[in-house]
Design a protein around this ligand. Structure first.
Ligand code: PEP
Ligand code: MG
Length: 570
């Protein structure tokens, strides 16, 4: 059986399905089995919780840091509180099953913490809620798959792949990824590419069609998966996998070559990252800098806000890994498709048009300033850090962010803490409004970076993760191309550098246009660095200009796509 979806990350993977199903914490069917049995069930669940949490904490300590792991060890300490345990036991004495006792007592504590003024205390409410759900899932036997302990050759099958699921993921054990939702630029796709794992997304009914242990072939380039393939098909795809890996290996010759076009014009080729760990992969990939550090990942996978020190250490670490090369760090881009549970943001009718990114941060200056201070501090000591604001729509937002930045500088100065006085502040151009007023924004910004993932979504009014409208979602739509051209021209007129960190920066079809218009910097996923360099090196300026003229004379996306695909293939 062939399953079709969106080709999100290239490569061929063969293996066995591991399905990650949403767990239900409904315990209404559980019957009370007497005081002693329920208390024993509770104790055994707590023991299992402690063992698993200690294991996770150790993993996070090694991968992320001591401070982050303390959030988990803190949860163990919370459950060790004899008062909390005795309240749960009392609830059992009064006739509740272990699940109901855990639910009632944890909810009581969570509500109590949530009502307190102090931000730190309020964050403990999130911790208690987390303890509640994990204890319930142990009691109900629905505890999810442990992604840090997958058998080799696992094909992950999930509704969606969230960053928190991938915390402990061992890449070498995963053959491929299949999900029921998501598009080419959704975060699961970006994660898959960062991990260099083949992925097909938005496969309809995948959760119903696939069972644990089913054989699967995933062709991330074609956007198909084959369920329980026969021997002949398996062999055919093993050959394709080998060919793909050979092709990738052939790009190695470009690792130490400069990023210049065929007549020697130089471009910057950077990588996009989401963590300190990704920076290591970026450094190895041959990237000449970081064009986008998505800092929201630093805020996810935890139960409270990372403080200034945690953030400062992370930004400094990335800069050190990149050995002082330019590192563009985007401030928190929360909301839309990037949920951070402990911030307790309300559900919205239109999250992509709602309270998110810079809008949220400017509304919470106490939170935003922590990040700005950490960035300013990390920019000291020769670290080449630039700050980038996401989802800018008007000049006031840039001015307000700059104003906060100036306040932070003053505070640091007074406290005699070293920081980068001249740190650059730039804007992501990823909304139609920003693209239309690029000339005005250019006067307020030190640089631009074009975010085509959102620019395409907002220009075309298509949800970037909705497979049903995927046909319209293309950066090669004439409307999006005109917008990109306008932004680059505005930056050039104002004399500020302009890059692109949306996924389109790695699209070989778009390269001649971007080169002709004068884009300075291409920022792509680590896995696309060498291919992009190879593609840039192929183009003569005159050929790229001719192709650009022809492409811009066409009036449909299919026309542009067909023409550019043929030009690139020549
Ligand atoms: C973009 O919108 O193009 C972008 C790079 O940001 P993100 O994908 O994180 O929204
Ligand atoms: Mg964006």
């Amino acid at each position: 059986m062939i399953l079709r979806g969106i080709a999100a990350s290239d490569g061929v993977g063969l293996g066995r399905a591991v399905c990650i199903r949403e767990e239900s914490l409904d315990y209404s069917a559980v019957t009370y089995s007497g005081k002693e049995t329920e208390k024993a069930r509770l104790q055994s669940a707590i023991d299992q919780f402690n063992e698993r949490t200690a294991h996770m904490a150790e993993h996070i300590r090694k991968q992320v840091g001591q401070k982050e792991s303390e959030i988990l060890t803190g949860q163990i300490a919370m459950l060790a509180d004899p008062f909390m345990l005795s309240q749960m036991q009392e609830s059992i004495d009064n006739g509740s099953c272990a699940e109901a006792a855990v639910d009632a007592i944890c909810t009581m504590y969570a509500d109590m913490f949530a009502a307190v003024e102090d931000e730190l205390m309020r964050q403990r409410a999130t911790d208690v809620r987390d303890v509640r759900s994990r204890l319930l899932s142990i009691l109900l036997g629905t505890a999810g798959v442990d992604l840090s302990d997958l058998p080799a050759g696992s094909v992950l099958v999930a509704q969606d792949l969230t960053p928190s699921m991938t915390v402990g993921l061992k890449k070498e054990n995963v053959a491929a990824i299949l999900t029921a939702t998501g598009g080419k630029t959704s975060h699961s796709a970006i994660l898959a590419r960062a991990l260099e794992l083949p992925a097909v997304l938005s496969v309809s009914n995948v959760m119903e069609a696939v069972k644990d242990g089913d054989g699967l072939i995933v062709d991330g380039g074609e956007g198909i998966a084959i369920l329980n393939p026969d021997e002949r098909t398996r062999n055919e795809y093993l050959d394709r996998q080998e060919a793909f890996l050979k092709q990738r290996a052939a790009l190695e010759v470009y690792r130490d070559q400069p990023t210049v076009n065929a007549d020697g014009k130089q471009y910057s080729l950077y990588a996009n990252i989401g963590s300190v760990k990704d920076a290591e992969a970026a450094a190895k990939s041959g990237a000449e800098g970081i064009g986008l550090f998505r800092t929201e990942f630093l805020f996810m996978n935890r139960t409270s806000l990372p403080d200034e020190t945690v953030q400062y250490e992370a930004y400094k670490a990335v800069s050190q890994i990149m050995e002082g090369k330019e590192v563009i760090i985007r401030t928190l881009d929360v909301g839309g498709d990037k949920a951070i549970e402990y911030l307790g943001m309300e559900k919205e009718e239109n999250p992509f048009l709602g309270y998110r990114a810079v809008r949220y941060c400017l509304d919470r200056p106490e939170l935003y300033k922590v990040q700005l201070r950490a960035l300013l501090r990390a920019g000291a000591e020769g670290h080449n850090i630039k700050i980038m604001i996401p989802l800018v729509t008007c000049v006031d937002e840039v001015r307000a962010a700059r104003e906060l930045l100036e306040q932070c500088k003053k505070e640091l100065e007074e406290a005699q803490i070293p920081f980068d006085k001249d740190i650059a502040l730039g804007a992501m151009i990823e909304t139609p409004s920003a693209a239309l007023i690029a000339d005005l924004l250019a006067k307020e910004c030190d640089f631009f970076s074009i975010g085509t993932n959102d620019l395409t979504q907002y220009t075309m009014a298509v949800d970037r993760g909705n497979a049903k409208v995927e046909k319209l979602y293309s950066p090669l739509q004439p409307a999006v191309l005109r917008s990109i051209k306008n932004v680059i021209a505005a930056a050039r007129d104002a004399g500020i550098p302009v890059g692109m960190c949306g996924e389109a920066a790695a699209d070989p079809r778009l390269l001649p246009l971007l080169m002709t218009w004068g884009l300075d910097e291409f920022s792509v996923s680590a896995s696309a660095v060498l291919a992009t360099r190879a593609n840039i090196r192929r183009w003569l300026s005159a050929d790229a200009a001719r192709v650009t003229d022809e492409a811009m004379s066409l009036s449909t996306a299919t026309g542009v796509e067909g023409y550019l695909a043929a030009s690139v293939a020549q």
